[in-house]
Design a binder for this molecule. Structure first.
Ligand SMILES: [Zn+2]
Length: 182
């Protein structure tokens, strides 16, 4: 069994943790908040370590600001002034010179894939869709590309260096095969 595969519950069994964060971010947060990843009946020690690393990465996005190319330090959530509905999220440097005018319908926060707690499941998915747009692109992506996103250290500001290296026993065999093909 690969370390990144959900092997508990009914709904998402067989899917990867990476897929879960991209698809049902609130469920990944529920696992985190309730420390399910520490339950040995659900997570092997390696799977638990991997889940913790993925959550750390997902909560600390990095990369470059779309506007100026400086490091991303902020997330901007935007609501429609007209309807009041949540619209989108951008990931920016946060420097004043970058010319992002502060507006009433925007909220600045840490650059995370996870939405504020009061967000609906649908709006929380909108936030991860924006992450996918910025860091991967407009095309449809499969589970393997979601895994690759998490393995790319340059997408994050906090991560354990070398976590996904070849000599790391946590890395699963599929991923080693995929890396050799790159
Ligand atoms: Zn900028």
């Amino acid at each position: 069994m690969n370390n990144n595969i959900i092997n508990f519950g009914k709904k998402h069994r067989g899917k990867s943790f990476e897929w879960l964060i991209f698809t049902y971010p609130k469920y990944a947060e529920w696992i985190w908040d309730n420390r399910v990843y520490e339950n040995e009946r659900c997570f092997t020690p390696d799977a638990s370590a991997l889940f913790v690393e993925l959550m750390k990465r997902a909560s600390h996005l990095g990369g470059k600001c779309d506007r100026c190319g400086c490091n991303v330090t902020q997330r901007v959530l935007r609501w429609s002034r007209h309807s009041g509905h949540f619209m989108d999220a951008s990931f920016i440097c946060g420097y004043e010179e970058c010319d992002w005018a502060l507006q009433d319908d925007q909220e600045y926060s840490e650059p995370s894939m996870f939405a504020p707690p009061d967000f609906s499941i649908i709006d929380a998915r909108k936030v991860v869709k924006q992450v996918k747009l910025k860091y991967i692109g407009r095309q449809k992506i499969n589970e393997h590309e979601m895994v690759k996103f998490f393995h790319n250290d340059s997408n994050f500001s906090e991560f354990t260096p070398g976590f996904f290296d070849f000599n790391n026993p946590i890395l699963n065999l599929n991923e080693i095969a995929n890396r050799i093909m790159l």
